[in-house]
Design a protein around this ligand. Structure first.
Ligand SMILES: Nc1ncnc2c1ncn2[C@@H]1O[C@H](COP(=O)(O)OP(=O)(O)O)[C@@H](O)[C@H]1O
Ligand SMILES: Nc1ccn([C@@H]2O[C@H](COP(=O)(O)OP(=O)(O)O)[C@@H](O)[C@H]2O)c(=O)n1
Length: 675
């Protein structure tokens, strides 16, 4: 996950490969709650691990439900409808911005009469819940508003006897209200002698496919609800949730929409593998958003499907504009809005008023951000009409606001395929954690850049602070980090262990040895054939040895490819001696970092002592000067600034000041308008 203020996506050209999507949010949260309402244990497989499922699990634990998480497998030991919070005081449940937790939990607790308060983030307190509360009150539930009437936070309390068995609920704001009632009311009629409960839907029911998911899952847990059209539902007496032991969560069909769209935009080529393959969701899905496939086909996508897989290629190009009632796919319809940027003509998406009460006002957010890219957008009460930028020159490199809305962030990543070859800046990319924490990683693993992957080079002498600066820059920009010195250190370590002296006589043997090495870098650790060798390569004699092997031309050639392959999306920060001169001569920013030898020796001394190595300052200074001399005088790739490198002497600068300096140079090179 990119927990950084913004992520710059370079212009993308192509996409192909296989993606395994995380579990569906709607199914995960419904299943977790239903399992909690059963007697006994249900093992939920392939559950989504995201912000919204975490708040659900935390709430269930607070209510005394057994929860055991092991990756994407969650074992829930239910309470059979008798929650047992750990304290006698009303449970205080914080539900973030998860509508799929707030609405059903409110209904279940109210119907069971469990005293509790339910709150969330500020946006959750702007999302309506009044229609659900009105329906619950008809059933004798006690629900009070703690803030504004009609919105969370709310308090539920013991149920009264004053209940009706025919309840009406409005269907035109959010289908989650009906879902919540359908999940909660069976708890009130466990005996065959109870009365049936009739639920009447007033007005047109929106997002019907989500109700189908609910009914489908209720049946999986042993409760059959009678449905008469979409306006009347009957909860039968004798309803009891029964643990199905194992439940498999389908991959998220809404998340699939971004990869379907990407395939339709940028998966060319006719080879069998020239496609985007999605595993875990397909034609047999119970999720309404699978109907996005039809809409994408109508726009021109070439899609094949099986029971639980999809394969997408570019079909018609440019895409075809559509005019579509999107009531049945409210979430995935957002993806169509961004596909519209690549269509000929104006695309109109209708019947999407529910966008206004989601994570943000999605209608207005979508219009605002599409316009930043150069599109012409008309925004109505319940529709949006999008006309793409009329020519290449109208496209803009935009800074996209994401409104703490995962779908805004995921949708607008698709703008990186723009024909103008412009990068896209996504603000607050971590908002995707709501449903797909590794979304950008998954997309970037399959996508190819239109040009070169952006690279920042930091070269300079030993202990000038290259590694510190480069790794910090990488962290702030969400880029990969290449510590090229570590490769020479690993080579020196392996050659020394193999008993090879580090000179020209043994060059061929060292080169052969390199072919067998398989160094792996992850999370700041360095693995060599399964051994964590991070400490061994930092021993104080290893710098000098690395410097010796690095002077051998064969060694440098053998390590070239490995270094170039480190340039992966979304970008790379590389530190070393010849990053700017030899390895990445095309890099848009090269920094030559220096500090006085005394400053550097002093820094290295402190660093070694802090890491438990014993070292004498005067020896270090001498070693460092010897290394400077060897590194600058060797015949291949000597240490010297690239012609276009920016010099930075950080003798008098702290780490943060150095980072800020280079960041400001980098940001000044980007084309983003200050929007
Ligand atoms: N600008 C700076 N000011 C003070 N100390 C620094 C600065 N940059 C790096 N250091 C410290 O100097 C030491 C050497 O830095 P390092 O990044 O390992 O250098 P290099 O990769 O150039 O050999 C580290 O302990 C680091 O914390
Ligand atoms: N791109 C690079 C990186 C390191 N090296 C060599 O490898 C040695 C160790 O590199 P390093 O970056 O880990 O060294 P320090 O600067 O941290 O001391 C350097 O002294 C260089 O001789 C190189 O030749 N080319």
């Amino acid at each position: 996950m990119y927990a950084i203020p913004f992520l710059d996506l370079p212009a993308l050209a192509q996409i192909r490969g296989t993606v395994v999507l995380p579990g569906s949010k709607s199914i995960s949260n419904r299943v977790l709650l239903l399992a909690a309402l059963c007697e006994g244990t249900t093992v939920v497989h392939d559950a989504l691990d995201s912000d919204d499922t975490r708040v659900m699990l935390a709430a269930l634990q607070q209510l005394g439900v057994g929860v055991q998480v092991n990756g994407t497998t969650v074992a829930i030991t239910g309470c059979g409808g008798r929650f047992a919070p750990s304290s006698a005081a009303p449970a205080e449940l914080f539900l973030g911005n998860a509508g799929t937790a707030m609405r059903p939990l409110a209904a279940v607790l109210a119907v069971l009469g469990v005293p509790a308060t339910l709150s969330g983030v500020a946006r959750m307190h702007e999302r309506p819940i009044g229609d659900l509360v009105d329906a619950l009150r008809q059933f004798g539930c006690t629900v009070d508003y703690l803030g504004e009437t009609g919105y969370p936070p709310i308090r539920v309390d013991q149920i009264t006897e004053n209940r009706q068995y025919s309840i009406s609920v409005k269907g035109n704001v959010s289908s989650q209200f009906l879902t919540a009632l359908l999940m909660a009311l069976p708890l009130a009629v466990p005996s065959p002698d109870d009365q049936p409960i009739e639920l009447r839907v007033e007005g047109e029911l929106i997002s019907k496919p989500y109700i189908e998911i609910t009914l489908n899952l209720l049946a999986r847990f042993g409760v059959i609800v009678r449905r008469d059209g979409w306006s009347r539902f009957t909860i039968q007496p004798g309803s009891r949730y029964r643990a199905p032991e194992h439940v498999y969560v389908e991959a998220d069909a809404s998340s699939a929409s971004y990869f379907i769209a990407a395939g339709a935009l940028a998966c060319e080529g006719r080879g069998e593998d020239d496609c985007v393959r999605i595993k875990g969701v397909g034609a047999d899905s119970i999720q309404g958003d699978i109907r996005f496939v039809d809409a994408a086909r109508a726009m021109g996508a070439d899609i094949r499907s099986g029971a639980n897989w999809l394969e997408i290629r570019r079909g018609a190009w440019p895409l075809k504009a559509i005019d579509l009632d999107c009531n049945h796919i409210p979430d995935a319809a957002m993806t169509l809005a961004v596909m519209a940027l690549y269509a000929e003509g104006t695309t109109v998406l209708r019947n999407i008023a529910s966008w206004r009460v989601k994570e943000t006002d999605r209608l207005s957010a979508m219009a605002t951000e599409l316009r930043k890219l150069g599109a012409t957008v008309e925004e109505g009460g319940d529709f949006i009409a999008i006309t793409p930028p009329r020519e290449l020159g109208v496209w803009r490199a935009a800074t996209i606001g994401t409104y703490d809305d995962h779908r805004m962030a995921m949708c607008f990543s698709l703008a990186a395929f723009n024909p103008a070859g412009l990068p896209v800046r996504i603000l607050d990319p971590k908002c995707v954690a709501k449903t797909f924490p590794d979304y950008f990683e998954a997309l970037l693993a399959l996508a190819r850049p239109r040009g070169e992957v952006p690279v920042i080079c930091i070269d300079g002498p030993s202990a000038s602070g290259k590694g510190t600066l480069a790794s910090e820059l990488a962290k702030r920009l969400g880029y990969h980090y290449l510590d090229s010195g570590a490769l020479y250190r690993v080579t020196a370590l392996a050659a020394t262990r193999a008993g090879l002296s580090l000179d020209a006589e043994h060059e061929a043997n060292i080169v052969r040895l390199i072919q067998t090495l398989n160094p792996r870098f992850d999370d700041g650790r360095i693995w060599l054939n399964g051994e964590d060798c991070g400490t061994a390569i930092r021993a104080d004699d290893m710098g000098g040895k690395a410097s010796q092997v690095s002077a051998l031309p064969g060694v440098r050639a053998a390590l070239l490819d490995l270094q170039r392959r480190a340039a992966r999306l979304p970008g790379l920060v590389a530190d070393g001696r010849d990053m700017g001169t030899v390895i990445f001569p095309q890099a848009p920013l090269k920094v030559f970092l220096t500090a006085t030898p005394e400053t550097r020796a002093d820094r290295r001394h402190k660093q070694l002592m802090a890491n438990g190595f014993d070292a004498k300052l005067s020896d270090l200074l001498a070693d460092l000067q010897a290394r400077d001399a060897r590194d600058t005088q060797r015949s291949v790739a000597p240490l010297k600034p690239a012609e276009d490198a920016k010099p930075l002497d950080n003798s008098q600068l702290g780490i943060e000041e150095s980072v800020q300096q280079v960041l400001s140079w980098w940001l000044a090179l980007q084309p983003f308008a200050a929007t």
